[in-house]
Design a protein around this ligand. Structure first.
Ligand code: NAD
Ligand code: MG
Length: 346
């Protein structure tokens, strides 16, 4: 890890950090005030163990903007070591029973967008299995606790999805420990910034495709026999599928492949009542970006080009996953939901 990791990059960052922590303190204080008043607590929180309403809005108002502090971590990176830490909805996401009794497997569920989906799924009433790399155990432990705190079953299955045999084992183990499978989220991803095609090695090309395309195919193939009417698959694609950056030549191709996979498989599985959709995020503040996904220069101004002038936080993606997974979306398949802060496609 970069020794500058904990240090501010410039004069604006500390005040911004203070601002974010002030918002958090304010939220904690207002939560305590709500809890102190039984009448308000009842009115404000029908579902036990859920954060009070309005917290997500307050958090969004304080979300960090560039410039960001200098930082880099060895791949795959940890959310717990990012500065500032991403908001995955830990203190904000409020469920309403939309996924009661469902069983979900989320790859890359330890951090970033996957963690946000996992927190939301658990608070909506689903049991959740997560896959991650052994190096991410610290992040994964936090997620396991968050699932359990929501009163749901948590299953942790570490392993490398570049291996087909492991992908089959992952699905079998998730099905065994959850007692079935309703929701598959292919979210794990590899992104490594390389400026020139001349420096893009076959090894890196292969690594990106194995993680983003082959693993999605292997895991989905293993999962489909377990899915039934009403089940769904959600793939995390990217705006890179539509508006590729020059330094993400290999990655952008895999994201375009994920979109095509989503649309073709949706047509294959429609008659079985299994829906297949994708989410295409714009720039989101996650470990993937600080562990080789961006150059230091791009990282400092990450999200600046977005009309909102900031990157998204993983928590801002959560509701799209829930919406696509919920039974109420029964006529939605083969679609790609964009969550990009105003730029890019779809
Ligand atoms: P993240 O680093 O939090 O999540 C990526 C996860 O992929 C890791 O946590 C890791 O567990 C998993 N992973 C990577 N290689 C693996 C392997 N070989 N075996 C097992 N697991 C592996 O970052 P994130 O940004 O939340 O990424 C989640 C998804 O979102 C990825 O598919 C990414 O391409 C996509 N995405 C991210 C952004 C963004 O700006 N952060 C934008 C668009 C799309
Ligand atoms: Mg991770």
């Amino acid at each position: 890890m970069d020794s500058n990791n904990e240090k501010p990059a410039d004069g604006t960052q500390p005040s911004r950090r203070r601002f974010v922590s002030t918002v958090a303190t304010g939220l904690a204080a207002s939560a305590a005030a709500v809890a102190a008043s039984p009448a308000m607590a009842q009115q404000g929180d029908a579902a036990a163990g859920q954060p009070p309403a309005g917290r997500a809005r307050a958090a969004a108002a304080g979300y960090p903007k560039p410039p960001f502090a200098n930082q880099s971590q060895p791949w795959p990176g940890l959310a717990g070591k990012m500065n500032p830490r991403p908001d995955h909805g830990e203190t904000t996401y409020r469920g309403s029973g939309r996924l009661a009794g469902r069983k979900a497997l989320v790859t890359g569920g330890d951090s970033g967008i996957g963690r946000a989906a996992v927190i939301a799924f658990a608070r909506e009433g689903a049991d959740v299995a997560i896959n991650y790399l052994p190096a991410e155990e610290a992040d994964a432990r936090e997620v396991v606790k968050l699932i359990q705190d929501a009163g749901r079953k948590a299953v942790a299955i570490p392993g490398d999805i570049r291996d087909e045999a492991f992908c089959r084992k992952l699905v079998a183990e998730a099905v065994r420990q959850l007692g079935g499978l309703d929701i598959l989220v292919n979210n794990a991803g590899r992104q490594h910034s390389t400026d020139s095609i001349l420096d893009l090695t076959t090894e890196q090309f292969d690594w990106t495709f194995k993680t983003n395309v082959y693993a999605m195919f292997w895991i989905t193939k293993a999962a489909v026999p377990h899915l039934r009417q009403g089940s769904c698959i959600i793939n995390t694609a990217s705006v890179q599928a539509y508006d590729p950056s020059p330094n993400l030549l290999d990655y952008a191709q895999t994201k375009a492949a994920e979109v095509a996979f989503t649309k073709a498989l949706a047509k294959q599985l429609a008659k079985k009542g299994i829906r297949v959709n994708a989410i295409a995020p714009g720039p989101v503040w996650t470990p993937l970006q600080v562990s080789g996904g961006q150059t230091q220069e791009n990282l400092k101004k990450f999200g600046e080009d977005s009309p909102m002038g900031r990157p998204g936080q993983p928590a801002e993606l959560a509701l799209s996953f829930v919406t696509l997974a919920a039974d109420e979306s029964s006529y939605t398949t083969g679609q790609v939901y964009g969550v990009s802060g105003g730029a890019g496609n779809p």
